[in-house]
Write a protein that binds this ligand. Structure first.
Ligand SMILES: N[C@@H](CCC(=O)NCCCC(=O)O)C(=O)O
Length: 250
């Protein structure tokens, strides 16, 4: 059987004097080397995407992290200085893909910004600059360090007993990395909180009525997916779900 394929919505990034549709290597590397699935990078367009044409041709959806934030208008808020930077084309591409993939029972793995998009796509809201709230840690990526240090595993997360991800990680405490300024504010009605940080920040969710694998994590399992057990377990479970979906589709 040929390798199954997952759609990965791109970011719009500007360099060399033009715009590029980009996904960081760490995500597609983890998808290939650990989940054993191919990634099709989906260009980010404000309009014109044919969501069903994309999903007809893949077996799963992986929604990655990004330094940009979901535009507040998509969750009923006025945009403020604290909410940027934005990537409207990414929003317009990723949110419909999330909704339609869930409708189809297609495996969805949402990482960091992806978890935030999952929450917004299903009717939830986001909180910005969470480190400024009383009692909330600083979850932002460490400044002025090399990339491995930026993604260092350094934070405790409690996985809830009986949660979906407890099937893959076990319930209780695990260690994760942390690179985010935003977090889930109001949890979407269809999402179940799966894991939290000691300061109460939501760190993982699952879709309550999902027909299959539908997980969002606020941390970055892709970065150490080949060497860190919890990270590897999540990507292996995603790959198994994608293969099962591809087989039943065939
Ligand atoms: N922008 C959101 C989502 C955070 C996220 O996806 N972080 C990945 C960082 C990737 C990088 O900066 O290279 C937030 O800040 O909450």
């Amino acid at each position: 059987m040929s390798k199954p394929i997952v759609a990965v919505p791109a970011d719009i990034r500007a360099f060399d004097g033009t715009n590029w549709h980009a996904v960081q290597h760490q995500y597609v590397r983890a998808a290939l080397n650990v989940a054993d699935v191919m990634s099709f990078i989906i260009p980010a367009f404000d309009t014109g995407n044919d969501t069903d044409a994309i999903l007809d041709r893949v077996d799963g959806l992986m929604v990655t992290g990004s330094a940009t934030n979901v535009h507040p208008s998509l969750y009923g808020r006025e945009a403020t200085e604290a909410d940027g930077p934005y990537d409207l084309a990414r929003d317009a591409t990723a949110l419909p893909l999330i909704r339609r993939a869930l409708d189809r029972g297609m495996p969805v793995f949402a990482i960091c910004r992806g978890l935030q998009e999952l929450n917004v796509a299903l009717g939830g809201t986001l909180a910005s600059e969470i480190q400024d709230q009383p009692g909330i840690w600083d979850h932002r990526k460490p400044a002025d360090v090399d990339r491995d240090s930026m993604y260092a595993i350094r934070q405790d997360v409690h996985v809830k007993e009986g949660s979906c991800i407890a099937r893959y990680l076990g319930a209780g405490s695990i260690q994760v990395n942390s690179l985010h300024r935003q977090a889930i504010g109001e949890t979407a009605p269809r999402l179940q909180v799966e894991a939290t940080a000691p300061d109460g920040t939501i760190e993982a969710v699952s879709v309550i009525d999902a027909k299959g694998f539908a997980i969002g994590v606020q941390w970055h399992p892709e970065y150490w997916a080949e060497t860190d057990s919890p990270s590897r377990a999540l990507f292996e479970a995603f790959g198994d779900a994608v293969r099962a979906y591809a087989a039943q589709k065939a």
